[in-house]
Design a binder for this molecule. Structure first.
Ligand SMILES: NC(=O)c1ccc[n+]([C@@H]2O[C@H](COP(=O)([O-])OP(=O)(O)OC[C@H]3O[C@@H](n4cnc5c(N)ncnc54)[C@H](OP(=O)(O)O)[C@@H]3O)[C@@H](O)[C@H]2O)c1
Length: 338
């Protein structure tokens, strides 16, 4: 490819050096080309995730086939060009979705079935704040845990992006969301979205089971959405109801778990670990299609709303990483592109 021709290049966030945010740059790189069933998307916004921070630190490489130096696992943008086998999309349509990497750039290519159409009432920033957190919470709660009306759900790190999405999705099912956070202000934000009760936790995580006992009149939790990991998993087992489902999704508080057979076997609990990025293409298509069918219409009708903490330009990528790393965010950090 002739990269002296500007039509063949684009701007992209670039991990020049593993480590802190200062290792990030914006570079001019070759523009990708769509082949077969791929769509070329002109990216307009891409939200940041913990995965981007870990990739920048050299601890979480992008899956094979995706750019290793360009971060970004979700995007909103418009269809720019079509590979010869594309049947579902036309140039100019507004689309969003997940990708294994490379979303924080002017352009990306992705298979057509990994895209969903953005409802007309959402702007680029709002749309970019949706895919990762709502697909994760929808897949874990509605699909894998098969959440039912009136069930009681406990969400650890409820003020996180996934946590705030989960509160809304629990309310849509007419189940009851409870939550924990280390930061009281984040509980207030979650209550605004429908959180029934929450507890600001410190060192003593035994307080969680006592709070659940009080909130639920001793009935316990049917579905745990654990976005924290480590000691939170141990502390939650006592709070679970008979045949409860424990969805293990995040590890910000630790990656090793203590399992107590008195609770897990005695109450016949199910422990289900889940991750999106490492799934096969067909599995990713399945979650995207069920998100498009079941969740996107709820944004179009205004039942669901994205949660945005802050926005940055691509030239401010370093500041955006610092903001997410601060642990002070409530909702998504979105990078506006082009
Ligand atoms: N498995 C998957 O496919 C998948 C997909 C998306 C996200 N995730 C994971 O889900 C979690 C939430 O992601 P997100 O993007 O929504 O995150 P986020 O918006 O960045 O929020 C993470 C929250 O975790 C809490 N936290 C940080 N360190 C903690 C610690 N040591 N102990 C307890 N809480 C801590 C902080 O809230 P406090 O103020 O309460 O401390 C922080 O606001 C992350 O662990 C992420 O890696 C997994």
């Amino acid at each position: 490819m002739d990269t002296s021709n500007p039509a063949n290049t684009m701007k992209a966030a670039w991990i020049a050096k593993f480590g802190g945010p200062e290792g990030l740059e914006v570079r001019t790189v070759p523009k990708p080309r769509p082949v077969a069933d791929q769509v070329l998307v002109r990216v307009r916004a891409s939200a940041l995730n913990r995965a981007d921070l870990l990739q920048r630190q050299g601890k979480y490489p992008a899956p094979a086939g995706f750019p290793q130096e360009i971060p970004g696992i979700e995007f909103a943008g418009e269809v720019a060009e079509l590979g010869p086998e594309v049947r579902m999309w036309k140039p100019g349509q507004r689309v969003f979705g997940l990708i294994g990497g490379g979303a924080q750039a002017d352009y990306l290519v992705t298979p057509e079935r990994l895209l969903a159409e953005i409802p007309a009432n959402l702007d680029w920033t709002e749309a970019a704040a949706i895919p990762e957190v709502f697909i994760t919470a929808h897949d874990a709660l509605w699909k894998q845990a098969a959440l039912r009306p009136c069930e009681r759900v406990l969400i650890h790190a409820v003020g996180s992006g996934v946590g705030l999405a989960a509160v809304q999705l629990v309310c849509v099912i007419q189940a009851v969301p409870y939550g924990t956070s280390r930061t009281a202000d984040k509980l207030a934000a979650a209550k605004h979205l429908g959180l029934q009760e929450g507890i600001a936790v410190g060192e003593n995580l035994d307080e969680i089971a006592s709070a659940v006992e009080k909130w639920t009149d001793g009935k316990g939790i049917n579905v745990l959405l654990d976005l924290a990991g480590g000691p939170y998993v141990k502390a939650s087992q006592k709070a679970m109801a008979l045949k409860g489902r424990m969805m293990l999704v995040g590890t910000v508080a630790g990656g090793s778990y203590v399992i107590d057979s008195r609770h897990v076997m005695g109450k016949r609990l199910q422990i289900i670990g889940t991750a999106l990025r490492a799934r096969s293409l067909e599995e990713k298509i399945a979650v995207t299609q069920s998100f498009a069918a079941e969740v996107v219409p709820l944004f179009a009708s205004g039942v669901l709303r994205p949660n945005i903490d802050s926005t940055f330009k691509m030239s401010e990528i370093t500041k955006a990483h610092e903001r997410l790393e601060s642990n002070q965010t409530v909702g998504k950090v979105v990078i506006e592109i082009g």
